[in-house]
Design a protein around this ligand. Structure first.
Ligand code: GLA
Length: 689
């Protein structure tokens, strides 16, 4: 059974508070206050504060910690409680932070998540590190990490046991556990929410804050109650950061969903108190590099903690390039500490703007959709003062251009462009920004020819000289311009529209292909600029005459709430091919599609098919859980719907006329109770053509 998220289901919380209050006693000895704590803005708790009275006497945050969002590593997203989580890993990560320049880029905390301790406390109520994972104890790991000039983080839960139920939680043991962490040299605590016995969240998290304070050691305090009690409203003087959402998963929909929940909370973030949309998945393999760049860009725009969640010992060059992009990190770590505001969002096109300490603005153009889209804003809209020109620095390409004010680009599917925009009297030093792109390209039928228009526009204040546009298709495709492909001088604010004829090579298999649109030009100062934009295009073919199973045909696009859509098996887990035989209400189907709400699968039918039919329902692999509805769309019209079906229902027959349609879209919707367990099967799905 594979629920969508979280990996560990939240346990029901019982309202049992009795007998906890008496437990907040601390017998640990007192230590001298470290220098860093003495220099905190408000003055830390005197080291002699009796811990038992700290709840009322302890000073509030801010204490000078986490003035910028914490950066570092946490093992959870890559290992969970697996065997790879051990001393060798933590030391290896610390080594790589130094060797690969990540420490120099700002990454500092190396954090242990759940499962670092044994299931039971010792006779004195102390936590005992897992001897297989950490045979030399936690202090030895902390010493090693400190010897590299880095800091160590640890994890426990504000409950009786942690979320994996693998080790004891700190509820009722706050002062003793905090003391133990401080004695080991811990610099950061992530404090989770599982098994909390229904005790008030504010009380639980404040008690640990005071217990940490009472140790006298500066410890960054990360509240992890998943946004359940709106910590942004009360935790600014409790923790340095607070999770705003449930757990992230290594899938695009998860990252985007979390972005959407966290973005509206911008006003609550600031130095020493940050919104935490959860740790990074960059490098874990469930998203494309374009998607990981978007994830990293959006998290940096949102001034989120940047906690690397991949095992760097196995990371690719591309992963290091993303995580090590210092210009993007610079936005996250900007000392003004403002989270980006969403300026606008419409049709999957998002514009975000983040004010920066030096008066610049970071502007992100984020394309949530699965086709390239033009996204546009202006320097004025982004909040910049009036200026004769602006420097536009592309923080992924590391290149400068200038604009008279417009900021516009065709952004690839799931891509994000991030600019640092500065009012700059020296704007003429940079070449004019020239945007280039094409409106969505319609699917092209194999054997037919399509027309496409590309647009090239000068956004700068000086002409772009010797402008040349070229469009290249896959080997053997015919791509020919119908109108002009260049201009000796493209003046400011002027555009060049080029029409093209495109024909796939005879015999091309239906599927996704790529065109490359390249624009070359020269600035008045002689700077040569070349930019290339990939444009996806689908070669399509209507199904053959007769009856065809949907799972034997090539679809144009497929989106899915969890993992990829599967052929002839259920959706299963997050990876391709990990489903089980399609089974609804005890009946097994050899053919069909395994989807997960929200899902959309689009087929090209080219006016050649008459009907679609399927047996639909929630796959038996969810137990009795999940609830979805199925819809069939012929072009823009809904031609069939199943109504609500749950994990308890048998399969329902759905059939629809699709006569005359160029495309047929199969949609699985979450019916409003969240999309966990929504494994929707299109069993026995077939087209009559
Ligand atoms: C919860 C947290 C995760 C992780 C796990 C560990 O789900 O939200 O980030 O710490 O617990 O069990």
């Amino acid at each position: 059974m594979h629920p969508h998220t979280p990996l560990i289901p939240r346990r029901a919380r019982r309202r049992v508070v009795a007998a906890l209050s008496a437990a907040f006693l601390c017998t640990a000895g007192m230590t001298a206050l470290p220098a860093a704590a003495r220099t905190g803005d408000t003055g830390a708790a005197p080291a002699t504060t009796p811990a038992g009275t700290a709840a009322s006497a302890a000073p509030r945050l801010p204490d000078g910690l986490a003035r910028t969002p914490p950066m570092g590593f946490n093992n959870w997203n890559s290992t969970h409680c697996g065997a790879d989580f051990n001393e060798a890993m933590i030391k290896g990560i610390a080594d790589l932070f130094v060797e690969k320049g990540l420490k120099a880029a700002g990454y500092e905390y190396v954090n242990l998540d759940d499962c670092w301790a044994q299931k039971d406390r010792d006779a004195n109520g102390k936590l005992v590190p897992d001897t297989t994972r950490f045979p030399n104890g936690i202090k030895a790991v902390a010493d090693y990490v400190h010897s590299k000039g880095l800091k160590l983080g640890i994890y426990t839960s504000a409950g009786t046991t942690t979320c994996a139920r693998a080790m004891p939680g700190a509820l009722g043991h706050e002062y003793s556990d905090a003391r133990q962490f401080a004695d080991w040299g811990v610099d950061y605590l992530k404090y989770d929410n599982c098994n909390n016995q229904g005790v008030d969240a504010k009380q639980r998290y404040t008690t640990m804050r005071d217990a940490l304070k009472a140790t006298g050691r500066p410890i960054v305090y990360s509240i992890c109650e998943w946004g359940e009690n709106k910590p942004w409203e009360w935790a600014a003087d409790v923790g340095h950061l607070w999770r705003t959402t449930g757990d992230i998963g290594d899938v695009w929909d998860s990252a985007v969903g979390i972005f959407k929940e966290n973005a509206p909370l911008a006003k609550y973030a600031g130095p020493g108190h940050w919104n935490d949309p959860d740790m990074l998945e960059v490098g874990n393999g469930g998203m494309t590099d374009t998607e990981y760049r978007s994830h990293f860009s959006l998290w940096s725009m949102m001034a989120a903690p940047l906690l690397i969640g991949t095992d760097l010992r196995k990371a690719s060059r591309a992963t290091y390039d993303i995580l090590g992009n210092r210009e993007v990190i610079g936005l996250d770590q900007d000392p003004l500490g403002k989270q980006a505001e969403v300026l606008k969002s419409d049709g999957g096109r998002w514009v975000l703007s983040k004010p920066l300490a030096d008066g610049d603005r970071a502007v992100a153009l984020f394309n949530e959709s699965d086709r390239p889209q033009r996204i546009a804003t202006t320097a004025k809209e982004a909040g910049l003062p009036q200026a004769s020109g602006y420097r536009l620095r592309d923080l992924w390409k590391h290149e400068d251009t200038h604009t008279a004010g417009e900021i516009a680009a065709t952004v690839p599917a799931h891509g994000t462009l991030v600019y640092r925009v500065s009012p700059d009297r020296r704007w003429a030093h940079y070449p004019p920004a020239v945007e280039t792109g094409a409106d969505g390209i319609e699917p092209i039928e194999v054997g037919a020819e399509a027309r496409v228009a590309t647009l090239t526009r000068n956004l700068g204040r000086t002409p772009a000289f010797d402008v040349k546009v070229s469009l290249k298709g896959p080997q053997g495709w015919r791509v020919e311009p119908v109108t002009s492909t260049g201009s000796p001088a493209l003046p400011p604010d002027k555009e060049l529209v080029t029409a093209w004829k495109i024909a796939p090579l005879a015999g091309t298999k239906p599927g996704a292909y790529e065109l490359a649109l390249t624009t070359d030009y020269r600035s008045a100062r002689g700077q040569q600029v070349t930019q290339t934009l990939p444009l996806p295009v689908f070669a399509v073919q209507a199904p053959p005459a007769g009856t065809s199973y949907a799972s034997d045909l090539t679809w144009i696009t497929a989106t899915n709430g969890y993992g990829p859509v599967e052929r002839d098996m259920s959706v299963g887990g997050p990876r391709a091919g990990d489903g089980t035989p399609l089974r609804i209400g005890g009946v097994t189907y050899p053919k069909g599609l395994g989807a997960h709400a929200p899902s959309e699968i689009t087929y090209y039918t080219g006016n050649k098919c008459s009907a679609f039919s399927a047996q639909v329902g929630v796959d038996d692999e969810t137990g009795d859980q999940g609830s979805v509805s199925f819809e069939v769309w012929a072009d823009g019209q809904r031609v069939a719907e199943s109504g609500k079906l749950t994990g308890k229902d048998p399969a329902k027959a759905v059939s629809a006329s699709v006569a005359g349609a160029r495309t047929v879209r199969l949609v699985v919707q979450d019916v409003g109770d969240g999309y966990q367990y929504d494994h929707g099967d299109w069993a026995d799905a077939k087209f009559s053509c």
